[in-house]
Design a protein around this ligand. Sequence first.
Ligand SMILES: [Zn+2]
Length: 312
Amino acid sequence: MDHLAGIDVGATQIKLGTVDLEGRILQQDRLPAGAKASFVDFARPIAESLKRLQDKTGGTLRAVGIGTPGFTDKRTGVLMGGAENIPCLKGNSLSAFIKERFAVPAVTDNDGTCAAAGELAWGSARSYRDFLLITLGTGIGGGLVLDGKVYRGAQGFAGEVGHLGLDRNGPWCVCGSRGCFEQYASATAIVRLHRERLQKRRLPIPEPLEPAAVLMAARNGDPVALETVRHAARAIAQAFGSVANLLNVEACIIGGGLSAMADQLAGFVREYVADYAWPLLASGLKIHTAALRNDAGLLGAAALALQELSWR
Ligand SMILES: [Zn+2]
């Protein structure tokens, strides 16, 4: 049987698996990402694990997709920057390393782009040709699909929606700009803003304060958490409205680790988006959470490999 492999490189963990052409995971493994001194020390265990998974799966491995944080040169798979938690990856190509050992096509791309590819192939975006997907995490990542294909832009870095400017006088961002979208609605920002609200009202702050707990409290009707979630939803609506105005996308999808908890958040975004886009564009815009949950990164990387393969 023909199948694919997906590798999802995160800051703390690497998830990898073999995946059939319908998006079912056949075999999977997890490795600690850790702080490796050299690229080879980082890449070798990944290749070894993939070899074990391939032996267990049998059949023919057709292509390997790899998702990483940061900016990847699409032609070479070399990580150009933006993945500070995994310094040994910079200047190296994990896909070239895998391609050499397994003699199959391999592709590396940004994890937001992979998430969009996964949602397009096997998730909630199967019927869409034009959509944006955002991932709410430490920052906000994203992937764009235009005319049925992942859109990469001139240098391959398109979809950095987390750094859309929402307020030119807003807080400074890691990217060097001010008032970026991710300063208002990433999982980190939701926690920061909720903490500030609780402090201002002299209310007890649960420790550790997790973003999922803030969303859960809002769902249960906690008034302060509701304020935080509505505030984040306004920022998301502003970003989605701008993207709808620019690209007339059919849908904007909320993905990432929080998406399983984000139905109420998505509902608020639907309520607010009309304030930030032309009425005609806002009224047709679908807004919902992603369908692929825990394994979205792994499946997205495999889906990207499938798309690359079908281009050949
Ligand atoms: Zn920024």
